[in-house]
Design a protein around this ligand. Structure first.
Ligand code: HEC
Length: 493
């Protein structure tokens, strides 16, 4: 309410955040948190299995170095950029919720930032000093220690961020006692961490196996060995990933599970709901099969064999994130702030006065027959635009036409009956916050949208209008008038 509304009509605002965040998670889990410890472990194996007169097995070491090169390049470019991209996109699309989160988690985020900077320094040291460290055993062992520190630092950033993700799903007792500690120790935190950690390790191992097939010659001895090690790594972590998934599932509130079906795809895909379960079971069994195959027949494992499981586990991560983002709806912060950025506790006031009166940025504050459509546009921006577009993905016209008939003129009466009850049938949508006049204005706007086919511009291109009632001089005038009135009353007494 207190920010001008950025809006991407063709893409859908939620989609913008989702695309950036999903790429980021894939890189963070698969190429940092899960990958670095795997690489460090392999580097250590090189030293342990070195010929007696050498510090490390040089061919082996070179293979591991090449794998690290890929992780280094991708994490420090796309990884870092999408990390910043998440901040950028959520600040544009969802400023109130990120504002709340950073206030609650200020010290946690500050710590995370310090750890992240440490992580960046460590990855520079680890990658850039690799070759030089091969000159003495002492230097090599020190280098491996840097790998271990780097692994721990990457994991700690996850330890902190996962708490915030859990908090958004279910803040637990924070809703009654708003302290950082209560927010941090939310009920979904540990189960989610217990799930994400082994999943990251698993994905890191599968990706590592794929890189082995690229960077080593077929039938070479080191390739066979590296494939077997990757198999062992994946086999080790898979049971933990499955146990973590069960733990996580069991703490998820029923309301969230009820959202699952729509979360996996969209409402059109509801019947494929079971797909998620199959995908989880599929990804886990595929990893186990791949790992056993790698241990039993390492020479038979080539790029073509690994690429499919690799796509599968990364795909799984993507779907998992999408589902996690969706199931907490209608909230962006559980039981506190709805996904339309309005706080639940403010709803009674909005219902009474209407939302336009309390919006800082709105072009209309008093609805008249002349400005009705304009007012409806403001109401749409404030209450629907975080999830619906007018012309693009999940367009408001499409969702209504799906209900009432494609291309048929929308009926204002039917829409006005549907909207106040929309959260009952579709629990992922927040209740409509406005009053009756605003509801009528909203349906008039939607009807007009269907007729004109026009699209909605966000504040970034349409500019902003400050609600005249909330402009400073208007508020001051109001206060003066009120004071004068009080004086009058006193003198007449
Ligand atoms: C938190 C996000 C969110 C908000 C806010 C939201 N919606 Fe939705 N709405 C959705 C999603 C997601 C769907 C399902 C789309 C799909 O999967 O096809 C949906 C579906 C609908 C449908 C179709 C329902 C059905 O049963 O077929 C209508 C109508 C609708 N929304 C109207 C609105 C209106 C009007 C507003 C604003 C007052 C609004 N929505 C606000 C997310 C939201």
């Amino acid at each position: 309410m207190d920010f001008p509304m950025f809006h991407l009509d063709w893409l859908n605002d939620r989609f913008l955040i989702a695309v950036i965040a999903i790429i980021h998670v894939m890189i963070n889990h698969g190429l940092a948190v899960g990958f670095i410890p795997y690489i460090t472990w392999l580097e250590y194996k090189g030293v342990k299995n070195a010929p007696p007169d050498q510090i490390t097995d040089n061919k082996w070491d070179n293979l591991i170095y090449n794998k690290m090169k890929v992780a280094f390049i991708i994490t420090t470019t796309i990884g870092a950029m999408t990390g910043v991209g998440i901040w950028f996109s959520v600040a544009l699309v969802s400023p109130s919720s990120i504002g709340s989160l950073i206030r609650v988690f200020y010290w946690a985020w500050f710590t995370e930032w310090v750890v992240f900077v440490t992580e960046v320094v460590l990855i520079m040291i680890y990658y850039l000093t690799w070759k030089n460290s091969n000159k003495s055993l002492n230097a090599k062992l020190k280098h491996i220690r840097f790998g271990a520190f780097l692994s721990i630092a990457s994991w700690i950033t996850m330890v902190i961020i996962v708490s915030i993700l859990g908090f958004m799903m279910d803040p637990g007792n924070w809703n009654t006692d708003k302290s950082l500690l209560n927010g941090f120790t939310n009920p979904i935190y540990l189960p989610q961490l217990a799930f994400r950690t082994p999943v990251a390790m698993l994905v890191g191992g599968v990706f590592g196996m794929l890189l082995t097939t690229i960077f080593s010659r077929k039938d070479s001895e080191i390739r066979t060995k590296a494939i077997k090690y990757a198999g062992r790594w994946v086999l080790l972590w898979t049971p933990f990933a499955i146990a973590g998934a069960i733990f996580y599932w069991n703490v998820m509130p029923e309301a969230m599970k009820a959202n699952m079906s729509t979360a996996v795809g969209s409402m059109d895909f509801e019947q494929y709901y079971d797909l998620l379960k199959y995908f989880i079971v599929g990804a886990a069994s595929l990893s186990i099969i791949l790992a056993i195959w790698a241990l039993a027949k390492p020479k038979k494992v080539n790029f073509a064999v690994v690429v499919l499981p690799c796509l599968f586990v990364f795909g799984f991560l993507g779907i998992f994130e999408r589902v996690r983002e969706f199931v907490r709806k209608p909230y962006v912060i559980g039981n506190y702030m709805y996904s339309n950025l309005l706080r639940e506790e403010d709803y009674p006031l909005y219902k009474k006065d209407g939302i336009l009166k309390h919006a800082t940025y709105a072009s209309v504050h008093e609805i008249t027959p002349e400005n009705k459509v304009m007012a409806g546009r403001d109401v749409f921006i404030l209450t629907c635009s975080r999830c619906h577009t007018t012309n693009g993905i999940n367009s408001i016209i499409d969702v209504f036409e799906n209900m009432y008939g494609k291309g048929k003129p929308l009926n204002e009466q039917a829409m006005a009956t549907y909207i106040p009850a929309m959260h009952q049938g579709r629990a992922f949508m927040p209740p409509f916050p406005g009053n009756k006049k605003e509801l009528e204005a909203l349906v008039a706007y939607i009807k007009q949208l269907q007729e004109s086919g026009e699209s909605l511009q966000g504040a970034q291109s349409a500019g902003v209008a400050i609600n005249p009632l909330n402009a400073v001089d208007e508020v001051a005038k109001g206060l003066e008038a009120e004071a004068a009135q009080n004086k009058d009353n006193e003198t007449t007494k």
